[in-house]
Design a protein around this ligand. Structure first.
Ligand SMILES: [Zn+2]
Length: 260
């Protein structure tokens, strides 16, 4: 069982981060991947991962909500990241990158430019993408489609879309859908969308901790150990055993995250 998307570097975990990691191990979580969001989070993520080699794995990227020139010297950080990628490094993916038009579209063009440059790095450096998409499905499909033949792979993180959207994303064979707590929510359409449209061979598990905790922890701070609730719900949705879900989703992770 692997949590492919977990922000355990976030301040929500400052008081008990090591306990959170111990609970994840006790729950059977074998690995945790940490997406980067901005220049401030990168050194924290690297330090944390270097304290837990073989268990925590860092990603590198600029999150679309941080593609904001009022807060971040974007060009300087982009150059820093590209230099880091050219050297020996531990990063298992380019992420968290993507587009987010939900709250604010002021910097839409900048988001697009920053995302597309990071998509090009994924091809150039042979790393998978960890993609965040909110109210931006069409642009995501267009940009990945434009670069797909360069050998892209990755995860569409926190997928919670329609059947049609799932089909459009699944047309990229080397991409998985990241499934988290939303699957367990009472009014979610996701069980229906997944069971009718998405084979288990295209799913990886995630928490997106500290956000989106699954039932029965909904509303609480999410943490990697809770990925077990999502796994259990997936087993129900696909009418297979939890062991099968675990084996298949682990194999899916191995297929995409080749550096492990
Ligand atoms: Zn995230």
């Amino acid at each position: 069982m692997i949590d492919t998307h977990s922000h355990i570097d976030a301040e929500e975990f400052n008081d008990d981060r090591e306990d959170v990691i111990l609970r994840a191990k006790a729950a059977g979580v074998e690995k945790i991947f940490l997406p980067n969001i901005n220049p401030q989070s990168l050194p924290q993520i690297e330090q944390l991962c270097s304290r837990h080699p073989g268990y925590l794995y860092p990603m590198i990227g600029l999150h679309p909500e941080d593609a904001n020139p009022e807060q971040t010297d974007i060009e300087a950080f982009m150059q820093e990241m590209e230099e880091r990628l050219q050297q020996a490094h531990q990063f298992v993916a380019i992420g968290e990158v993507g587009l987010d038009y939900y709250w604010d579209t002021t910097y839409r063009d900048l988001q697009l430019e920053v995302f597309e440059r990071q998509v090009e790095w994924a091809a150039k450096f042979g790393l998978p993408l960890m993609i965040h998409s909110r109210s931006s499905h069409e642009d995501i499909v267009r940009i990945i489609g434009r670069h797909y033949d360069k050998g892209l792979s990755g995860v569409f993180h926190c997928f919670a879309g329609s059947r049609e959207e799932a089909q459009q994303l699944l047309q990229f064979p080397d991409f998985m859908l990241g499934i988290g707590g939303v699957l367990t929510f009472k009014k979610s359409d996701l069980p229906e969308v997944l069971s009718t449209t998405v084979p288990l061979s295209r799913i990886v598990l995630e928490t997106d901790a500290p956000y989106l905790a699954p039932v029965p922890k909904r509303g609480k701070r999410n943490e990697p150990s809770f990925v077990a609730y999502t796994l259990a719900r997936l087993a129900q949705v696909y009418d297979v055993t939890p062991e099968e879900v675990e084996d298949i989703t682990n194999a899916n992770v191995a297929k995409i995250f080749k550096k492990l």
